[in-house]
Design a protein around this ligand. Sequence first.
Ligand code: PEP
Ligand code: MG
Length: 931
Amino acid sequence: MATTTLPETEIEQPAQQAPKYVYFFGGGKADGNGKMKDVLGGKGAGLAEMTNAGLPVPPGFTIQTEACREFMRHGGLSQEVDHQMEDALKHLEELQGQKLGKGENPLLVSVRSGAKFSMPGMMDTILNLGLNEASVEALAKRSNNPRFAYDSYRRLIQMFGNVVLEIPKSAFDEVFDSKKKQKKAKLDTDLDAKALQEVITEYKKVVKKHVKRDFPQDAKEQLVMARDAVFRSWNNERAKHYRRINNIDDMLGTAVNVQAMVFGNLGETSGTGVGFTRNPATGMKEFYGEFLMNAQGEDVVAGIRTPIHISELQKIMPDVYRQLHEITTRLEKHYRDMQDFEFTIQEGKLYMLQTRNGKRTGRAAVRVAIQMVEEGLITKDEAIFRVEPNQLYDFLVPRLNEKEIKAENILTDKGLPASPGAAVGQIVFTAEDAVEKAGHGQKKNPVILVRAETTPEDIQGMEVAAGILTSRGGMTSHAAVVTRGMGKCCVAGAGEIVVDEKKREMRVKGKVFKEGDWISLDGTTGRVIEGKLSTIPPNADDPELQKFMQWAEPHRTMRVRANADIPRDAIQARAFGAEGIGLCRTEHMFFGAEKIPHMRAMILADNEKDRRAALKKLLPMQRADFVGVFEAMNGLPVTIRTLDPPLHEFLPRREELTVDLALLPTSDAKHKKELVTKYKDYGVKSTGDLKKVLTTLLARVEQLHEFNPMLGLRGCRLGITYPEITEMQVRAIFEAACDCTKKGIKVLPEVMIPLIATLKEMQNQAAIVRRVAEEVFKEKGTKIDYLVGTMIELPRAALVADEVAKEAEFFSFGTNDLTQTTFGFSRDDVNKILTTYLQDGILKQDPFAVLDQEGVGQLVKLATERGRKTRSNLKVGICGEHGGEPSSVEFCYRTGLNYVSCSPFRVLTARLAAAQAGASDKLKIEGGRTK
Ligand code: PEP
Ligand code: MG
């Protein structure tokens, strides 16, 4: 087997000249090379590299990404681009001995997008360009296959009509489907040459009707129009959406690749396929792929026909199989990464159309990285970067509870395990329904999007669905590729299932399933099971994961903690490698059934005496909670925050209460009974209490009512207004700490004051903490080391951080509130404007998910610097949602934070992101991709 690496040519940039817009490849030589992804896009760079290596690549040229950016800036391209493209076309015509769309042997080309980062199916492609009334006849004659020629022409009109002339796909589909009906054709391939000619005549009428012009006959005009349309498609809605969720810069632009067509649909010795050098779902080292004989590329990727496993090619065309295997093995060695390739066989001759680093699941990414180190292909340091931190989520995806699976409930076990994990949800049949039924925020319903096949238009529905099931398409179908990227469970190509999108039903094994019915998917084995199964949480002890993390961890200098409020979450977080708790939100402890009545009594009390009485009841419960958390985190620091949320969150809604009170005089006995149950926690024992209690309750709710509670009586303002609350909490913390210490548990408490804006606020609360701590130590006869610190959640606190640090021994950035208060966006209502803001490019990302480094990040940096000026050993962390988001973690590392704290399920991701940040700093290699 050949093991040579491919040569890489240097690019020559002519000085002081117009930029080189067009890069040629063909005849064993390319202007560009594989390193030029920024300029040529991933596809263009791969084609150049393969050409230089002497691989069988159809020749062509790449119009570079700068042209796309120019197109975005000016809405069109300069003449220089046209000139360079004409020169390249001439070169291509000479090399091929053909003329574009002319003569007895017309040159036909494909026009495809290709950005730096792969965006599967998001942008547009035109095939068979150059066909017209004359050249289609020439092609028919030359190929001796009129059916093939007319089919190619009708595909061109259809694609060109849709992509370039923006005519709805359905207009062409209607023509095609009615022709099939008229000819009683079951499959597309049942239409003969004559029927296809009739389709062409109809298609041309569709074009004329929609755009009031004829389908362009001039091949060069076709080329210019197609090129511009592909550049335009960089900014279509699905591409923009895809970039947003994958964090790809809108300004990168796409390249356009124009390449001589080769045909996989010239008969039984032709075919087309896609493949991977390793299994993208499991990472196993096996030659993995799918192909179709007598088909064009889009048939495989779009999942319209279910393709055949690549091993079959060995039987059909052993020489081609061997050559393909040899080439792709070389490509993997050369790129030192798993390759995802496309090929076409034209009348027995193999052509390589594309190669790129393959997308893979998290489990596959870890396995491939380990195997490649063992094979000596990459170093351990390089391996660290072969897994995206978010991909580690795959190790944490649940599995179906096997015990609940009955043989008769298995609807199919022959689906393809396209993306691992388990998903249980209610069936929906369209992306729109998925978005509608899945709901948002707290009210999330799990839905399973069931489609015959997915298309790029389904992207939003796929994003909100718990899982995806398709009845057609293979492991490289759109559904499979996109869900793997999202880390979402998917069963694809479940051929036994009939999906009737019109009737909104799914039929399998004689059973009919409607919208809203529950099903369970196993994306790891490809099974679909009837009903609502339970799932088993994963464990993070996977030996391969452990091995991989052992390579990454030595590079990590920043600590990773977890946000956890109850022992169960703390234990989970510790198992995932959390090195402490960065945020224990004590208010979550008050929602338990036994605590909430006392909490409510405390809030409703209108004098200190009653409040203290209620707090006294809460004290032992709160103490027990802290004991549980301290025990779980034995030996590790635990940051406990004093009460933070506005009190009305614990009380009934004002409007509801007003209605209940107003209707009371006319309520019947049954309704009154219901009200007794509803208000029992507020002291209602019988119907006779209702009027008095509800009236008092309403008065207190009115008193507590605020127009803007998020900016109202919350955070440290609560503890300052009602110091007895802080006193009780601090007492509970230190009594628990002393009790645990006596039991031999090592306790490192850090008491954190929320939402301060001034030094005085901090001093007020810190004084209570220190006083009560001393009281408890005296009572218990023990002393414990502890810290008192604050959250930085308000811009003012960040600005006066030097002052605040006089009192605070640590800072923890509450970037949820800091984002809210810096932008002035309400974190609970931002979704109303976010969609428009993201769509219009006013914001690049949701700042509540990805830290706004430009604005909020400045405050983080400034507060850290100012705080440490006052207190050089100030411990600084972050505990907002951003603490588990890789780019934000990297920012925290660069800013010199001591730790990030995130939800338990993001701890692994944060650990890897922090390790990568440390490693890329130390090893001076580009860590993540350039955003
Ligand atoms: C924050 O504001 O970032 C934070 C962690 O606190 P909470 O989300 O509880 O307001
Ligand atoms: Mg907060």
